[in-house]
Design a protein around this ligand. Structure first.
Ligand SMILES: Nc1ncnc2c1ncn2[C@@H]1O[C@H](COP(=O)(O)OP(=O)(O)O)[C@@H](O)[C@H]1O
Ligand SMILES: [Mg+2]
Length: 242
């Protein structure tokens, strides 16, 4: 569905990604894990077409990204960011925040009805529509961000550290929401996090990154690691429980 091949991303002094190749397969839940600065966000942004590689190719359904029109890409691949406070405009009502991609992509249909449906899907009450982001808890704000991302009915949701700004008690609820939505909406989910427990909880397949490279990738990367670095990462990480 999304294929990254031989991708390098250089910033002025830093090589954020070095010759990275990774496929996102339709319907799967893919985890990308690694310590801070390992290149996870850069890879996620490149996959979603929010950033461009210095070298290498990214394809969506077999077509190179520069050839996929912006509207198709934006409605097919949506992004959820770490901090809902900074990703949600505090002056806007939740209804307008959630409907924003529908307006931006000029998608047809009854927007109020779609907003109501989305709020329900992410577990927010109907009256959330008329309120503003500061009237919600961190976890609820991330639900708003997820509702907005789902608005254009994307096929792929890329969530970059979606629980890292949240209280521990709320994290698993947001992960359960992502799992539930992925199942119900046949969504392909890419979860990017430094939090191994979160990635293990959600993902069917995991890519482990270190210093701009994927050191290990597979369904068992976090349960039966083959690389010493993954074993090091896994040291003393508690498992999340429902
Ligand atoms: N816009 C940028 N300008 C310069 N350097 C950047 C930029 N974005 C990321 N980097 C650098 O690239 C490396 C990888 O960053 P990032 O992809 O954010 O890692 P992660 O998400 O795993 O923490 C880091 O060294 C980071 O400082
Ligand atoms: Mg990051």
């Amino acid at each position: 569905m999304i294929a990254v091949h031989g991708v390098t991303r250089e910033y002025r002094r830093v090589t954020a990604l070095k010759d990275v190749s990774l496929d996102v397969r339709p319907g799967e839940r893919l985890g990308i894990v690694g310590e801070s600065g390992s290149g996870k966000s850069t890879l996620a942004r490149i996959m979603a077409g929010l950033d461009r590689p210095t070298a290498g190719t990214v394809t969506f359904d077999g077509r190179p990204l520069p050839e996929v029109d912006r509207r198709t890409l934006r409605s097919s691949v949506q992004f959820v960011f770490q901090d809902p406070l900074s990703s949600l405009d505090p002056r806007m009502r939740v209804a307008d925040i959630v409907a924003e991609p529908l307006a931006a992509l000029r998608l047809p249909g009854d927007r109020a009805a779609r907003v109501a449906e989305l709020l329900d899907a992410v577990g927010l009450p109907p009256d959330a529509a008329g309120r503003r982001p500061h009237q919600f808890s961190g976890g609820q704000r991330q639900r708003i961000a997820v509702a907005r991302a789902l608005a254009p009915r994307p096929r792929v949701l890329v969530a970059d550290e979606p629980t890292s700004a949240l209280d521990v008690s709320v994290r698993v609820k947001i992960l359960d929401l992502l799992l539930d939505l992925a199942g119900r909406m046949e969504l392909t989910l890419v979860l990017v996090s430094h939090d191994l427990a979160a990635v293990r909880y959600v993902s069917e397949r995991v890519a482990v990154m270190r210093a701009g490279e994927i050191v290990e990738e597979g369904p068992d990367a976090l349960t039966d690691p083959g690389h010493p670095y993954t074993r090091e990462l896994l040291d003393a990480v508690p498992r999340l429980r429902r």
